[in-house]
Design a protein. Structure first.
Length: 99
């Protein structure tokens, strides 16, 4: 799909950078333990939990990138700026509460 509009192009950049960041984080922190640990004969639930955490981190990273993009837009509606600000403020609080 060829993206020609400037608005669509910036949204594509947000998606591409968030997916790239998440994949790099996944490979660096979770891919090796999942790959090495699941090759054994015994099943352990921690590897399933690691894969779910990796998927949730993908969504979390996308939301944070999208929120910063909403904050940086100049011509967007006011509600999108407030939603982006709320998400950027609540993101680290989620990590503190559920860690």
């Amino acid at each position: 799909m060829i993206v020609r509009g400037s608005l669509c192009r910036s949204e594509f950049n947000v998606v591409a950078s968030s997916v790239g960041w998440s994949i790099a984080s996944l490979v660096a922190t979770r891919y090796v333990p999942i790959w090495v640990g699941t090759r054994g004969l015994e099943f352990d639930w921690k590897y399933l939990c690691l894969s779910y955490e990796a998927n949730l981190d993908l969504v979390d990273t996308f939301v944070m990138f999208y929120s910063v993009w909403l904050l940086s837009r100049r011509s967007g509606p006011t509600w999108s700026t407030l939603l982006g600000l709320l998400t950027v403020v609540a993101g680290p609080a989620k990590s503190i509460l559920y860690a």
